[in-house]
Design a binder for this molecule. Sequence first.
Ligand code: AMP
Ligand code: ZN
Length: 482
Amino acid sequence: MSEIRLYNTLTKQKEVFTPSRKGVLGFLGIPNKTVTMYNCGPTVYQSLHIGNYRAYVFADILKRTLEHGGYRVQQVINITDVGHLVGDGDEGEDKMQVTAQKQQRSSKEISEDYTKEFFGGLAALNIEFASGQSPATEFPRATSYIPEQIALIEQLERTGFTYKISDGIYFDTSKFPQYGKLGNIDIAGLSEGHRIAVNSEKRHSTDFALWKFSNTKRDQEWPSPWGVGFPGWHIECSAMAMKLLGTTIDIHTGGIDHIPTHHNNEIAQSEASTGKAFVRFWLHGAHLLIDGQKISKSLGNTIYLKDLAAHGVTPLGFRYWLLTASYRTQMNFTWEAVKGAQTAYERLLEQVRGLPKGSVSDKTHARYRKVLDSAINDDLNTSKVLATIWDMLKDGSVSSEEKMSTLMEFDKVLGLKQNTSVGVLSYVFAPEIVALKDARDLARQNRDFKKSDELRAAIKEKGYDIVDTAKGSTLVKNSLLP
Ligand code: AMP
Ligand code: ZN
């Protein structure tokens, strides 16, 4: 098998990946097979948009590629449920707090709802988090690790990296000479006396909040050695990553928007506290644009997973589309492009349906297997993997058994559920459709068939239908019915 090479933002080049942890086995000369990986998770104050999910499909492909290479991946995806301020800086309101006030509910209720929805989105996209050869993914919440965050700030305070101003405790970036090693920062911000207008008390514009004081009443606040308040956004990732995965972790991912501030700050506070390298491989996913524009609420162009169904696009069709480009390439979402991918995906499923059932991995086709291995191991070249799969399907010299085995072997990497039949492809449905289905199930259970029929008609009017199976009822898009 070819070596896995990954593009490391830290060194700006592709490097051969091997995990660092030596442990007892390492000393005995037995290669370490566990990889530690931390993926910056979502801030759960609203639904994730399709761009956010691109970040987790990328992390999933990375995890599956490592598993394909024989590793087990200890994965952590954090849930940010406090401290991420509007504008991503040290000023402004807490995003959780803004939604809580708008919806007249507690931050906890809001975060529970959107976290649950996030898990549903991961499942719909077949993002692996509870099965396979790796331990179950951990999803730590920032609010569950307040003592660890306070301890980390205390450690930084003891070693002289912090200072106090009227709104909180800050990290002094000038005390950490390697500050900004991931790149993309405003180096001028590091020079002594460089002030920014927003917070004139900060010593340098690159300094950032570790602990903010509760200057207004909040529903999430904790006592600390510096007064009642809440953690800054960056400290949670350092505290949770180091607590759950160790002081030096193998891989850390996020979207490219995290490079300039969030990840440079994570490095500064972690390395200043331990004196050790925090992360060996930093990987960043490029953004998804919609019609050539940044996804933003104010532009009104946000698309969610549940919006795909109305256009006949399933979450896995969307996943297929994401895999047609490198995770490091910016992608532009258009309905035309994603519907084209849905069609290609359905054609793939049809092809697989015509192949013999069952997969025997020792029957994989040697030459194609080699091309596929080197493509995925070359910094996750999923577009080449897909193209090679199509080449193999069209190749008359490859037996059906070999095709099936090779496809199934690589389906573990692509996660496209290729042995699903097109008819049972599932969508993520808008809540109002799900509510109609639930009401219809209840009517049927109560043997109120008149009401059940009426509700079914209402569902049909919206372009969907219900298929009753032995295991219960499922919603399908009308166009998929024979
Ligand atoms: P957030 O909840 O803002 O921390 O975002 C969750 C993840 O989505 C982060 O890894 C971001 O870098 C990523 N992200 C945000 N916007 C996009 C986008 N348009 N395309 C791809 N990834 C994104
Ligand atoms: Zn983070």
